[in-house]
Design a protein around this ligand. Structure first.
Ligand SMILES: NC(=O)c1ccc[n+]([C@@H]2O[C@H](COP(=O)([O-])OP(=O)(O)OC[C@H]3O[C@@H](n4cnc5c(N)ncnc54)[C@H](OP(=O)(O)O)[C@@H]3O)[C@@H](O)[C@H]2O)c1
Length: 314
C-alpha cells in the first residue's frame, strides 16, 4: 500500500488507516460475543495482510475489549508488532467509572492519562504505544499538566509520539505551544456528510503546521454507503438524494464502489488526510483499497463538494 509520513515525525503510515472501534463489539463491551471476537480477529488480520500499517484504537472502545482483542491478534501473529503503528486514545471516562455515581466526562488530568496508558499497554500486551491521542477536549484540561504527563510517558518509553482528536484549531495551538513534545496528528470527523474541517480552520492548520489529519468515520459510519431509499421526513432528504446520485454517477465513471469513491475524495485533499476505515468485513476492506487507484479530477472533486453542501458555490 502507498504510505505517508505522520506529521513532521519519522513515522510512516499506510495511506489508509484501520479503525478498530468495531472489532470486538458493535459499541459496548457487554454486546460482544465469542463469534464477534473471532470475526474481529479475522478483520484485523485481513487489514494487516492487505497492507494496513496504522491501527487506531481507544481505551473506551468496547470498554477495553478492542484493545484486548488487538493484543490477542499480536500474540497470534508475532511478526505483526514490528511492522505496524499502534495508535490509541484516552481522555473520555464513561459513567460509573470508577464509582457507580460518576458521570460521563472528559479527563486530561496527569493521573488519569498515566493510569489509562498503563491499562492500554497491558491490554495491548506491548511495551510502547506509537501514537497516544487525547480523545475529546476536556473543558477542564490544563495544557501544563498534559505536557507533564506526555513527557513522563515518553521518558518512560511507554509512548513514542502524541496527537489530539476532535480538537479545534485554537485549542490544538494552545496545547502545542505548551507541550514540550510535538503533536503529530488531529483525528477529526471528515466525510461528505460532515464538512466542518474544511471550513473551521482544522485542515488549514494541518497544512501550515504539518499536522496529519486523520478522518474518523470516513464513510459516515456506513451512511454514505447505505444511502438507499428516500426518507421524505428527513429535512435534508433532497440534498442527500442529490449527493447519493452524484456519488453513484462518479463511482460508475471511475469504476469503483461508493465507498472507494468517498475515500478517494478525502485522499485528494492536499493536507494528506488519512481516512480510518471501520469495516470489519474483509471484502469491504479490499473494496476500500481501490480508492488508492482513483485520482479524482479537480472538477469531479468540486461536483461532489457542491452536492455535499447542497447549494451552488458562491
Ligand atoms: N476520534 C473519535 O472521536 C472517533 C470517533 C469515531 C470513530 N473513530 C475512529 O474511526 C474509525 C472508523 O469509524 P467507523 O467505523 O464509523 O468508519 P466508517 O468506515 O465510516 O464506517 C464503518 C461502518 O460502515 C459499514 N459499511 C457498510 N457498507 C460498507 C462498505 N461497503 N464498505 C465499508 N464499510 C461499510 C461497516 O459495516 P461492515 O463492517 O459490515 O462493513 C461499518 O459498520 C473507528 O474504528 C475509530 O478508530 C474515532
Amino acid at each position: 500500500m502507498r504510505t505517508i509520513p505522520l506529521g513532521r515525525s519519522s513515522l510512516v503510515s499506510s495511506r489508509l488507516g484501520y479503525g478498530c472501534w468495531r472489532i470486538a463489539a458493535p459499541w459496548e463491551g457487554a454486546e460482544s460475543r465469542p463469534e464477534r471476537l473471532e470475526h474481529g480477529y479475522e478483520a484485523v488480520k485481513s487489514a494487516f495482510d492487505q497492507g494496513f500499517t496504522l491501527f487506531d484504537l481507544a481505551d473506551i472502545y468496547a470498554d477495553g475489549m478492542s484493545e484486548s482483542l488487538f493484543g490477542n491478534v499480536l500474540k497470534r501473529i508475532p511478526s505483526m508488532r514490528d511492522q505496524i503503528l499502534i495508535a490509541t486514545k484516552c481522555g473520555i471516562r464513561k459513567a460509573g467509572n470508577p464509582h457507580p455515581q460518576d458521570p460521563y466526562r472528559y479527563d486530561f488530568s496527569k493521573e488519569h492519562i498515566m493510569a489509562s496508558c498503563d491499562h492500554s499497554l497491558q491490554r495491548l500486551g506491548v511495551e510502547t504505544i506509537d501514537i497516544y491521542q487525547l480523545h475529546r477536549p476536556d473543558y477542564l484540561g490544563d495544557p501544563d499538566e498534559v505536557s507533564a504527563a506526555f513527557e513522563a510517558l515518553h521518558q518512560a518509553g511507554k509512548v513514542k509520539t502524541f496527537g489530539m482528536s476532535n480538537c479545534r484549531p485554537s485549542l490544538f495551538s494552545t496545547y502545542q505551544k505548551i507541550c514540550r513534545v510535538p503533536l503529530l496528528t488531529n483525528q477529526v470527523e471528515i466525510h461528505l456528510l460532515h464538512l466542518d474541517a474544511f471550513n473551521d480552520g482544522t485542515l488549514d492548520q494541518c497544512q501550515s503546521e504539518r499536522i496529519t489529519p486523520m478522518a474518523w468515520s470516513p464513510l459516515a459510519g456506513g451512511r454514505l454507503v447505505a444511502m438507499a431509499g428516500s426518507d421524505l421526513n428527513d429535512p435534508h432528504h433532497a440534498r442527500k438524494a442529490k449527493l447519493r446520485d452524484t456519488v453513484d454517477k462518479l463511482a460508475r465513471h471511475y469504476e469503483v464502489s461508493r465507498a472507494a469513491l468517498c475515500l478517494a475524495w478525502l485522499l485528494r485533499h492536499p493536507s494528506g488526510i488519512v481516512p480510518l476505515i471501520g469495516t470489519t468485513n474483509p471484502v469491504h476492506i479490499t473494496e476500500a483499497l481501490k480508492a488508492l487507484d482513483v485520482e479524482i479530477t479537480r472538477e469531479d472533486w468540486y461536483v461532489l463538494m457542491e452536492a455535499a453542501v447542497g447549494k451552488r458555490m458562491p
